[in-house]
Design a protein around this ligand. Structure first.
Ligand code: ADP
Ligand code: MG
Length: 354
């Protein structure tokens, strides 16, 4: 996870309000009462598994699709029935969508021509946006002469050239290899903060969502399960779905009574949304510590070295596997077969029923 970048004082974006959106395709409810508000200049990542309705939400915000019911407002104006070409939104999709027969500069200037800007103004703005994405030297090339990552930066420059009120990104990094994906992710964030455009970033990749967003909205089956800053989403999941979808969690037998969960013999606060009575606590690997103890009731089964951190897998007497993430200096003192005691840190946990 990254720290939250400092916002410039002059973020110029508009508020976006999606209210109670539904979208029905035949027997499929792609959206089922989605309500999502973005503050001016905010970057919200919509995160969820394939088919949960992310693209449908983005297309409805763009005006490329109509909701069955519900409302779309930008900057306080109701745009629900306004056509896409009057909505003033910049878009970047997963597939490279540059025009192959135009140069990079012409690609970036394309939307300005549609808006009736003269050639000189088009060139100036396009050159500025290419500079913003670090490609000012590549204006005269054709798309086919660029790498995938460069093409997506051109697509971003093109989306920003019209100085949109809202920027929409639908899995913009999914076609790129891992290293370029991280570089471009950070670059998108830098540029977005610089221009201050309110941005909806759709992804199925949780690490990407947590790294890039002011707030992450987790979607499941057409609904928003939780909308929260990345660190809060991670440390205080509101639902079972969020707890299991975001990050890696152990499921440890637990009992909840009066807001307190008993896990591995320790009492910790139970998060809102927890079940009561017996259930399973969702406990992060980094919240488990492993202590050598001949009577500890658990056994180390594997130690996996990951660099500064290591992952230690243990088996409880009841057959539960528990994964702990420890500093390698601690983990490397442990051996498979060794008897240990497991402890959870005293931070709040979500306890789910099944
Ligand atoms: P995501 O982007 O999260 O993967 P989508 O918004 O594309 O999900 O799709 C949500 C659901 O709506 C899926 O079940 C999908 O099959 C369905 N769907 C999307 N678009 C259409 C369409 N044009 N016609 C029929 N079903 C659709
Ligand atoms: Mg999609």
């Amino acid at each position: 996870m990254t720290t939250t970048p400092v916002r410039p004082p002059t973020a110029a974006g508009l508020a976006v309000e999606l209210t109670d959106l539904t979208r029905v395709y035949g027997s499929v409810k792609a959206l089922d009462g989605l309500t999502l508000h973005l503050a001016p200049g905010e970057l919200v990542a919509l995160l969820g598994p394939s088919g949960c309705g992310k693209t449908t939400a983005l297309r409805i915000l763009a005006g490329l699709d109509q909701p069955t019911s519900g409302r779309v407002e930008v900057g306080g104006k109701d745009l629900t029935r306004v056509p896409a070409n009057k909505r003033d939104m910049g878009m970047v999709f997963q597939a490279y969508s540059l025009f192959p027969h135009l140069t990079v500069l012409e690609n970036v200037a394309f939307g300005l021509k549609l808006r009736g800007k003269d050639a000189g103004a088009r060139r100036k703005v396009a050159q500025e946006k290419l500079e913003l994405v670090g490609l000012s030297e590549h204006g005269s090339r054709y798309a086919s002469q660029l790498s995938g990552g460069q093409q997506q930066r051109v697509a971003l420059a093109r989306a920003l050239a019209i100085e949109p009120s809202v920027l929409l990104l639908d899995e913009p990094l999914s076609a790129l290899d891992a290293k370029v994906r991280v570089q471009l992710r950070d670059e998108i964030r830098r540029v977005q903060i610089e221009v201050g455009t309110t941005t909806l970033f759709v992804t199925h990749d949780q690490e990407e969502a947590l790294a890039v967003a002011d707030r992450v909205g987790v979607m499941n089956a057409g609904r928003l399960e939780q909308l929260a800053p990345p660190a809060e989403l991670y440390s205080a999941p509101a639902t079972k779905f969020v707890g299991e979808f975001v990050g890696l969690s152990n499921r440890l037998p637990a009992t909840v009574q009066g807001g307190t969960a008993s896990v591995l013999g320790r009492d910790v606060p139970a998060l809102d949304g927890s079940t009561s009575g017996p259930g399973f606590a969702l406990v992060r690997p980094e919240a488990v510590s492993v202590v050598a103890d001949a009577d500890g009731g658990a056994t180390v089964t594997a130690v996996m070295f990951l660099g500064p951190l290591s992952r230690v897998t243990c088996l409880l007497a009841d057959g539960t596997d528990v994964v702990a993430q420890l500093a390698s200096s601690d983990a490397l003192r442990l051996q498979p077969g060794q008897a240990v005691r497991l402890e959870v840190e005293p931070s709040p946990v979500l306890v789910v029923a099944g």
